[in-house]
Design a protein around this ligand. Structure first.
Ligand code: FES
Length: 581
């Protein structure tokens, strides 16, 4: 027995999936073996060994993964050590900052890339190398559907940013100082110095943005080695973790420990609880719901909200808190947080190392209570995300209320409506825009289909004339997402979206919108007959893609409350192994 998982038997070499390619005495196996020899490998390298796919999302287009060539070699070292055969397979990368209009548009494409690579090649297990925002959910979604033994090697956060001795956080401090620059309180020289100092090493955004949130959520889900998600990318411990991933992946094959054995409904509840305790990114909601859909587990917006309500907010990391991921690592990292959450977790859930979550954190300590607060003195009494509903969002919407000015969490004000992003960009700083600090800024046509890909436009900029008055937060509404590094009273993911005729499409300037986060309500104070009249006048916009991947996406993407997966990729219906002729 190892941990709480009873390993009844180990696979035999002839039971390996790769044996079908390499182990038989037939024409095709001759071809497969001779081609392995073409690459310089002998049968001593390969025979009877688990083949481990190293799914590498390295690219010049993804600076967060700049260390992945080196890390892939380290993973291979671990695979060789454990008696496996490594096979590195490059996949599409989703470089968050460079890829337009939105990496979410391509998340499902990478998920398909991962799933089909695992299905079509002679592999027995996988190490998933990802970190930058959508790469983590995409790789996990693909691996879950393929359901071969797999674990994630998270990219790790980059070092703290630095400007004139002050720490800078990815994204969060960019938005903050950009607002000052627009308000005329920050000079160009300072702005340029920040550009030099904010991204100091390889690795992912070092705030509790989507990348750090998803890495932590996936560790709590049981799909990384214990402690892996908090290690800074540039720390030597990260390289040692990569080697350990390689070693462990081989053992997982012999034990036949597959993602769907680990990713149960209870494990998803652990994952959500961890994300909420960290004041994590709203993007995690979309990704975890999509991932649960692949695993056959139960998770929806209401469960998210219920878990958020009962989870104390204890991770003091920007944008909801003060510190950065490097501080979090030194303070005890995610293992410290999970140890503190204790009875709020299903500690019996099995993880990729074959032990339970409870066993993995049993000796974890917290060394800095300013960074990881205690349950008795949390930063906030409940988790970072609230799900709101009402006639404006019948299928739900979300708000990261821990990162908003508290006075705005119960607010009613007149709408100022922008029909799309171009309209917003053209008019937001117009001195004649009829807007006051009490207005509610509304952005339409920024959802899964309207954006397309729900771009991270949900933190609508504060109009310049209000910035000059000292206003730094307002209630803002959209069917877009916002970066996990963003903040403010931004209601996001409104479903159904305006592009498909959700009620957001019918909001007009001056309509009164009421947000009440404590009672989870979002209401448009317009009577039903008037809304019906507006609906009858509404015309669905033309599709944006006449052909190509965008067309496939438009036909099959689900709304935000279902995770924006493709409808034909959801579920666990088995797909037969490929025939080898
Ligand atoms: Fe890569 Fe933020 S841009 S994680």
């Amino acid at each position: 027995m190892e941990g709480s998982r009873v390993t009844t038997r180990r696979k035999q070499p002839t039971e390996l999936r790769s044996h079908r390619w390499f182990g038989r005495d037939d024409l095709r196996s001759f071809g497969h073996r001779s081609r392995a020899k073409q690459a310089g490998f002998s049968m001593e390298d390969l025979s009877g060994k688990p083949v481990i796919a190293i799914l590498n999302t390295w690219s010049d287009a993804n600076p967060c993964h700049a260390h992945f060539r080196m890390r892939a070699e380290e993973v291979k070292r671990g695979v060789w050590q454990a008696g496996g055969f490594p096979m590195e397979i490059p996949l599409l990368t989703l470089g968050e900052t460079f890829m337009k209009p939105s990496t979410l548009l391509y998340r499902n494409l990478l998920a398909m890339d991962a799933e089909e690579a695992l299905r079509s090649y002679p592999v027995d297990g996988a190490v998933l190398m990802g970190g930058c925002d959508k790469t983590v959910p995409a790789l996990l979604m693909g691996a879950t559907s393929a359901n071969l033994p797999a674990l994630l090697m998270p990219a790790g956060p980059m070092l703290r940013g630095n400007w004139r001795g002050q720490f800078l956080g990815s994204g969060s401090d960019v938005w903050k100082y950009w607002a000052e620059r627009r308000a005329g309180t920050l000079d160009e020289c300072s702005w340029r110095e920040m550009e030099e100092g904010i991204a100091r090493s390889f690795g992912t955004c070092m705030t509790m943005g989507t990348a750090s949130t998803m890495a932590a959520a996936v560790e709590a889900l049981g799909m990384t080695l214990p402690g892996a998600s908090s290690i800074p990318a540039a720390d030597s411990a990260h390289a040692r973790m990569a080697v350990a991933c390689g070693r462990r992946s081989v053992e997982m094959v012999w034990e036949d420990l597959t993602p769907r054995q680990i990713m149960t409904t209870e494990a998803f509840e652990n994952s959500v609880t961890a994300a909420m305790a960290l004041g994590g990114s709203t993007n995690a909601i979309i990704h975890l719901i999509a991932l649960a859909g692949r695993a056959g587990a139960s998770l929806d917006l209401d469960r998210f909200d219920a878990l958020s309500r009962r989870t104390p907010f204890i991770g003091n990391i920007r944008p909801s808190g003060e510190y950065l991921m490097e501080d979090f690592f030194y303070a005890g990292g995610l293992r410290g947080v999970l140890a503190r959450l204790g009875d709020l977790l299903h500690t019996e859930c099995v993880t990729v190392n074959g032990k339970t979550l409870g066993e993995n954190v049993s000796e974890a300590i917290v060394c800095n209570e300013s960074v990881i607060a205690s349950r008795e003195r949390p930063i906030g009494p409940e988790g970072g995300v609230a799900v709101v509903r009402g006639n404006l969002a019948p299928q739900g919407a979300v708000i990261k209320h821990t990162a908003a000015e508290k006075r705005l969490l119960q607010h009613a004000g007149p709408a100022v409506v922008f029909h799309n992003y171009d309209d917003l960009a053209a008019r937001i700083d117009d001195p004649s825009l009829p807007v006051t600090p009490d207005s509610v800024l509304v952005l339409q046509n920024a959802g899964p289909l309207g954006g397309p890909g729900m771009p991270e436009w949900g933190m609508l900029p504060i109009p310049k004339k209000l910035l000059a008055q000292g206003v730094r937060d307002m209630v803002r509404l959209s069917d877009a997402r916002m970066s996990g590094t963003s903040y403010g009273a931004c209601v996001l993911h409104i479903a159904p979206e305006s592009f498909v005729g959700g009620p957001l499409a019918f909001v007009r300037d001056g309509d009164i919108i009421e947000l009440d986060v404590p009672s989870r309500r979002l209401s448009l104070r317009v009577d039903d007959s008037e809304l019906a009249r507006r609906r009858a006048e509404w015309k669905r916009p033309e599709p944006q893609y006449p052909r190509g991947f965008g067309h496939l996406y438009s036909l099959h993407v689900t709304q935000a409350d279902r995770g924006c997966d493709f409808d034909f990729l959801e579920g666990t219906a088995p797909i037969a192994e490929p025939k080898i002729y």
